[in-house]
Structures are given as C-alpha cells and as structure tokens.
Design a protein around this ligand. Structure first.
Ligand SMILES: Nc1ncnc2c1ncn2[C@@H]1O[C@H](COP(=O)(O)OP(=O)(O)OP(=O)(O)O)[C@@H](O)[C@H]1O
Length: 838
C-alpha cells in the first residue's frame, strides 16, 4: 500500500493503478459502471503509447475490445484477443469511417458515456454492426502522450464500502510521464500480497441466480485490469466446485474465489481441508464475491455486502485469518467445518425447508421462517460446553512466542511429534483449555512476554467508547465468559489474536476429551447420529485408536472414581503426564483416521518413530509418525494386554461406551423432526433426570431442557435483516465461538426475541429466553423431538448429536475488518434501489 498525493486527491491510498475504468459513469458508488441502461464498463483511456489497458466493453450484450492502434483508438466489436492479433498481423483492419459525426471526434480519445451512447445509437441504427472496427484519430495526440490514468482504491474511514477513484495525470514531457509511470508501476508490483493467479468458481444457482452476471459485470474487468490471471469455472452441478477443488493442483493459485453464497464457500473450504496437501490452507486464501442469498461471511468480515468492496479487497490482497468451527459426531467422526454458523432447531429447520423454495430467491427464508415461527418446535436435549476464557493479544503473543521457543529437547530429530504437540497445545487452543498444555514452559516468561506485548501492540483504532452506546451495555459481559468488555470486531480489534509466527498445522484441529462427554451417556434415546450419509458414515476409526481413546479413559479413572466416592485421591503427576502423551496420541490418531478415507498415503514414506517418554502404571503409548503429516499411525497397548478402558467403564458407574465407534448400527434411520425418542424410563444407564444443570466434574457447563434453537457463531453473522448480526460481539479470529441457546417460550416472547435480533439498537442478549456463552467447545445430545443441524446454510443430513470445537485461524480470507461499525439502519430497509441487479 502506498500513499501517493495525486492531483486533487492528496493522501489517497493508491492501491491499484492499472484500471482502465472510470467510475464517473455512475453517480452511485455501489454501481460505478451502470448508468442510463448502458452496461458499459469501457472507459478506455488510451494516451499515446501509454495505453494502460483497453479492456472489454459491452454494448447491447456485444463484447468488444478497445485498443490503441497507431495513435488511434480501435474498437473491435465481438473480437476476441486472438482474433485481434490475427488481424493485426495481417493488417486487415477494415475501418468504418465514423468521422461524419462531430461528437465522435471532438473529445479526444476519452470514450466518455456520451460517446458510448453515440456508439449505441450507431449500433441500433445499423450504422455499425458486430465485427466492425471503428477508428478515430486523436484530437490532440501530443497532449495525450504525456499523461496516464491512476486508479486507486478509496478506503473511507466513516463507512465500510471501498470505492474506486480515477485520476488523470498529465505531464509536460514524455520523459517525466514515463518516469512516474514506471515508478508507480514498480510500487504496485512490490505489493507482494496481491494475488497473481486465482481459481474462481461461479455458482449460477445460488441466491437470485445472478452470480454470473455479477462476475461478468463487476469482477471480470477489475481482475483483468489488475493483471490478475483467473481461471473461471461456472459450475454445472452442485458438487462441481468440490470435485475440482479436490483434484486440481491448488499450489498454482494464490487464492480460491467464489462468486456465490456462504454454502458455496463452505463447500470449497471443506474440499481444501479434505485434501492430502491441506497444509495449503496456510497460504491459500479464500475470497467471496457476494452472489448468494445472505452472504453472511462477506457481510460479517467486511461490514458490507457491497460487491465492489469484496472484489477490491481481493485485488488488494488483504488477508484476514478466520476461525472455523469443526463439527463431528459425539464419537469423533468428522462431519464438516464451518466459517460462520452451526445451528440446530429453528434456523436449521428453516434453511432445510427453504431448499424447496429456491425459486423464491432470498425471500424463501422469510416464508419458511414464518412457518417455523407458527410451529415453534422445541427440542429436548442436553448441552455441555466449555467456556473460553477471555483472551487478549498480550496473552496470545505470550503463548505463541513461548511455543516458538520450545525447549530445545523437543527439536531434536525423532522428536517431531512432541514438537507438533507443543505447538498445538500452546497456541491454538483457548487458554482455558484443560487439555495437556505444556505449562512447564516458564510462566514467568509468558508473563514477561505478555507485558512486552502489551507495550508494543498498537491500541485498537476503535475503542469501545467509540462504539454506539448500546454496544457498551455492561449486561453483555454475562455472555462473554465474564469479565471481558465486549466490543465489536473492527479494524485493530483487541480480542482477535495475531497470526502466530509459525505455520499452523492442520493437526491443531483437535477436540478435547472429558470424562463426562455426552457420547458416554446412554439415555436409551436412540443415537440419531449414525444415519448412513456422505460424511456421517465415515469408516470407524482404527481399533488402535479406540484403544488409545480407552486408554485416555483409563487414565481419568481416578477422577471418575473420585466423583463416585470410591477413591478420593487426586491424580498423580505420572498420570497427568500420561494423559498428555495419550491425549497427543489420540489427537494424531484423529488426524490419521480423518485422512485415511481421503487418501492412500504411500507406503514407502519414511517412518519416523517417536516414543513417548511417559510410561504409566498400566500402559505404554507408542506413537509412530511418518514424515508426511497425514501419514500417521498410532498404537497403544495395556501392559496386561487387556482392552484398555474396560476397567474405567466398569468403575466409573457411567455407561461409558467409547468403543461404539466401530459398532455403529448403520441400519438405523434418522427419526423424523419432531419424533419422540424412546422413553427415558425404559432406557438403560442414566436417565434424563440424572443429569443436573450446572458445572460438571470436568469444568464443562451443562444445560438441559427444551430448546427452540441452538446456534454456535464463529463471527457476528450479519444478515441483511440483522445489521449487527446474531452475535454482534463475536470475533473473527480469537479461537472461540458464541453459543446461543434459546429455550422454549411462548410465541409472543419468541417474536419479541426475533424482532430484537433485527433491531440494531436493541440487545437481544437481554432476553431471558436466551443464554449466550463464549465457548471453545460444546456438544449436544438430542433426547426427544430431534431437529437437524446446519453449517453455513448447508444441512448436515441425519445428524442430531454433535461435538463442535472452535479452531483458531484455520483459513485465510481475502478481506479486512471495517474501521467503523455497521450503519444503524438495516441496509435491507433502505436498500438503494439502484443496487438491485437487472
Ligand atoms: N450449478 C449448480 N447447480 C446446482 N446447485 C449448485 C450449482 N453450483 C453450486 N450449487 C450448490 O448451490 C448451493 C447453494 O449455493 P450458495 O451458497 O452459493 O447460495 P445460497 O444458498 O442461495 O446463499 P447463502 O448460502 O448465502 O444463503 C451450494 O450448496 C452448492 O453446492
């Protein structure tokens, strides 16, 4: 980014020069290229030899090419570049003399709107036709050869929309002109973050089915002028983007851009993370040109769903790390990753039903939302969640740096696993995580780092006091995990954490274990999570993995027993260390199991063995990891040869059954929404009434009852109808998500809640029907009347019981947070009519 003072625009941030498009065509900043019915994006400014870019023009749906030829501007209708080249070589241009009209000749070679209108009339009158070439001599070639156009991006401080600005710079000599042209070109080239090659997927099916139009009329020209090479694929079937994403060599691209909605983006993200070389997520960026129904991700990240803003952020090469939520079954079978929202109940059912009303466009959500409201189903379930402690940049930097300076012993060859485990535990989980983080990394050091980080970090550009007064309500701290001062995720956000200095391994994606996991509950409700379907029917994990998981249970035995009153002693240090090793082992095995179905790792990979230093009284954990991150195997055996975990299950008194992973009854069908599960009284093991609300032995909080909606939001989830979003204070990259639980209530109360969500001046967390918690993990087990789950607007078929965990900075997005809060008036209410697509 460079700040260059140009004539009449002092201090403008010059971000992109090679545009050949001028926004003066339209007074409407959001649609700079639309005016008077002419969909022309052509403002070809050809100045002598310094033709910046000719670009494409469209006139009456005809595509043409503008270019300079011997000091004359040539407009060749319907000619593609190869055709032009051929013509040039053969010198066979057939010029149509348009000199008869003085308007055409008088204004030099600036094809302003009037001239485009004139050309349009010519076209209509059949004075010119497709394939004709127009030639026009410059009125003042001497002047024009000493000037060029500078195109810059304006980033207003008082609104989130970015706009284009064009300045014509004239110089007194060709030398001076060339000097500045070269200098600015060099400055632009030195912006290393700008993408050079993009893979673009256009979904002609999503939203109002205008994605192709949006891409052609907004993005194509801008990308071409910014010299970004694009491979554009307009999808022809639902899973095409996923198929291409899993087979294409993505290392050729700087980013994947979708022109569509959140569901389409979700598909591409999941496709990347399912690849063997998914480490690409460290470098590859995702971008979104809003072309779907809600475009929540673009709205939440940029603060606006303005198409031009999204495109300009891609061109500028902005990089915004995003947390993802990973959803698995309670048994750990991977389901999906989501960037914005995971929902159960009200919203998920609404989205599910809305699929049948796609022809209505975004309005389908209103229709099904109304139907949902009239039904107002509540779903009986148990929710367990682990609150995330408020994090600050300071503490995060402390842990990240502490990680980077891990003890040298871990860096020695053959100790690769320990190193990985260390990295993960220290930097990618919320600090409140009870997982086996290496707390032995000097607390004093972390403390010092935290202090120094506080000193060096720039203050947030937007302090809470600058935000609207209703955003500072002290009541809001109740759902922030207590203590944190809630503030919006704006530029310079204080809660979002800096990207760690090291690459984030995918294996940072982990879930923590707790002995009271809901999967261990056998309430006789029928496990609805195992319907045969795409992702839900993944192969069960290896028996080795089961052993390790059971091993983990064994190690937590004393804790469980303590709860039961059989043994009151606390765990020994040896046991705690074993936990660490086994936990790490389980984590790697998780990765292994996840990737096993998606790839066949080559057998000739060099295997590195890392043996855990920790020997337990009842077992040894052995890790075997290949050089390749995803080629990992793991073994764990009890010294007595028995199946690990059996003892713990017997002793704990809970019907712990982690081994059901391999004994899933795949013939089970999913209960229909609203169906009642088996009565609890007749079930084996625990009954629903045995579960108590409050905090369990693992420190997780438990809620039970009838819930209308359970939503987990990784970002503010702004929506055209909810200008602040469902979670106004959620953050893009703080490693947490906001869990929102809406209990059963009367229709008027729920209506009030829905209206409050839409009211930008109200705080819907004041509603007593709702409880919010900033969490790092949660799990839900349906008891009766099971509903459906949805991730980023895509329904997860056949799943009712899930485990979700927040994962810090898992992908990078072409975007940046806005500097200012969203306007207080919902854009949907006063939407500028000119923003509607034709
Ligand atoms: N050519 C196609 N034909 C049919 N379906 C498609 C095609 N291309 C993509 N899809 C599917 O369309 C679905 C919805 O797309 P998208 O998310 O872009 O729109 P949306 O659902 O209207 O918007 P939003 O998610 O913002 O509400 C995706 O799940 C995707 O798999």
């Amino acid at each position: 980014m460079y700040s260059v003072s140009v004539a009449g625009a002092a201090g403008v941030t010059v971000d992109n020069m090679p545009y050949s498009i001028r926004s003066k065509v339209s007074a409407n900043r959001n649609h700079p290229f639309r005016s008077k019915g002419i969909t022309s994006e052509a403002q070809a400014h050809a100045y002598g030899d310094l033709v910046m870019h000719a670009g494409h023009v469209s006139l009456n749906d005809e595509i043409g090419e503008l270019r300079m030829h011997k000091n004359a501007l040539v407009w060749n209708l319907n000619a593609d570049t190869s055709e032009l080249k051929k013509q040039e070589g053969a010198g066979s241009e057939e010029a149509l003399d348009a000199q008869g009209d003085p308007r055409f000749l008088s204004g030099a070679i600036d094809f302003s709107l009037a001239r485009m209108g004139f050309l349009k009339r010519c076209f209509k009158d059949k004075r010119i036709s497709s394939g004709d070439t127009l030639e026009c001599q410059s009125a003042d070639p001497a002047l024009l050869s000493h000037a060029f156009e500078l195109h810059s991006i304006l980033k207003p401080r008082n609104k989130p929309e970015w706009t284009l600005k064009t300045d014509t710079l004239s110089f007194s000599s060709v030398e001076e002109c060339t000097f500045w042209y070269d200098l600015i070109s060099e400055m632009i080239r030195s912006q290393s973050e700008r993408p050079k090659k993009l893979l673009v997927f256009v979904n002609p099916y999503g939203g109002r089915r205008k994605a192709e139009y949006i891409y052609d009329h907004y993005a194509r020209e801008l990308f071409a002028n910014a010299r970004i090479d694009t491979k554009v694929i307009v999808t022809t079937y639902a899973e095409e983007a996923k198929d291409i994403m899993t087979t294409t060599n993505l290392s050729l691209y700087d980013g994947v851009v979708i022109c569509g909605g959140d569901g389409f983006l979700n598909q591409c993200i999941n496709a990347l993370l399912s690849r063997p070389d998914r480490d690409l997520f460290n470098t590859l960026r995702f971008g979104m040109i809003p072309g779907g129904s809600t475009n929540t991700v673009a709205l939440s990240v940029h603060g606006t769903d303005d198409i031009v803003t999204s495109i300009l952020k891609i061109i500028a090469g902005n990089r915004q790390p995003l947390d993802l939520c990973k959803t698995t079954t309670l048994h750990g079978d991977h389901l999906t990753y989501s960037a914005s929202m995971v929902a159960y109940g009200f919203y998920a059912e609404g989205v599910n039903k809305a699929e049948g009303f796609r022809f209505m466009g975004p309005m389908r959500y209103d229709v099904t939302g109304f139907e949902q409201f009239m039904r107002l189903n509540a779903h009986e379930c148990i929710i367990r969640f682990k609150r995330a402690a408020p994090r600050t940049k300071a503490t995060a930097i402390g842990t990240a740096t502490a990680t980077a300076t891990a003890p040298a012993a871990n860096n020695r060859p053959g100790h690769k696993q320990s190193e990985r485990a260390h990295t993960r535990s220290a930097s990618h989980l919320p600090s409140s995580s009870p997982t086996p983080t290496r707390t032995h990394t000097s607390d004093k050091f972390s403390h010092l780092m935290a202090r120094s980080a506080e000193t060096i970090l720039p203050a947030s550009e937007t302090t809470p006091s600058e935000q609207p007064s209703h955003m500072n309500s002290p009541d809001l701290s109740q759902w922030m995990g207590g203590g944190a001062n809630p503030h919006l995720c704006l530029r310079g956000c204080k809660s979002c954490l800096p990207d760690p200095p090291h690459a984030v391994p995918i294996s940072s994606v982990r879930r923590s274990e707790s002995s009271n996991s809901l999967r261990s509950l056998n309430l006789g409700t029928g496990d609805c999570s195992h319907k045969e379907n795409g992702s839900a029917t993944r192969k069960p994990k290896t028996s080795i993995l089961k052993k390790v998981m059971s091993k983990r249970l064994t190690s937590t035995k004393s804790k469980s027993l303590g709860k039961q009153g059989s043994h009151g002693h606390s765990r020994t240090q040896a046991n705690a260390d074993t936990d660490t090793a086994i936990f790490v082992a389980r984590d790697i095995a998780d990765d292994c199991a996840e990737t096993a179905d998606q790839q066949n790792a080559t057998d000739d990979d060099v295997q590195l063995k890392a043996h855990s230093d920790h020997t337990t009284p009842d077992g040894i954990a052995t890790l075997t990891q290949s050089d390749h991150m995803d080629h990992t195997a793991i073994t764990a055996t009890n010294t007595d040869g028995s199946a690990p975990g059996d003892a713990s299950r017997e002793a704990s008194g809970l019907a712990l059954d982690h081994t059901t992973v391999s004994s899933v009854d795949s013939s089970r069908t999913v209960p229909a929404v609203g169906a009642t599960a088996e009565p609890l009284e007749e079930s084996e093991g625990l009954t629903f009434s045995d579960i108590e609300e409050g905090t369990d032995a693992d420190g997780w909080e438990v809620r039970k009852g009838n819930f209308i909606a359970i939503n987990a939001l990784s970002m503010s989830c702004k929506h055209p109808k909810s200008v602040n979003g469902m979670a106004p204070f959620a953050h893009l990259s703080d490693g947490t998500m906001l869990l929102v639980m809406v209990r059963q209530c009367s229709r008027p109360k729920y209506l009030k809640h829905l209206l409050t969500v839409q009211n930008p001046k109200a705080n819907h967390f004041d509603d007593d029907v709702l409880e919010g918690a900033n969490v790092s993990e949660f799990e839900v087990k349906a008891i009766s009347k099971p509903s459906v789950w949805m991730a980023d607007g895509e329904v997860i078929e056949g799943i009712t019981d899930v485990h979700c965990s927040a994962h810090y900075n898992l992908i990078h997005y072409f975007g940046s947070r806005p500097a200012v809060p969203p306007p207080t008036i919902p854009s949907s209410v006063f939407r500028d009519k000119s923003r509607e697509y034709p």
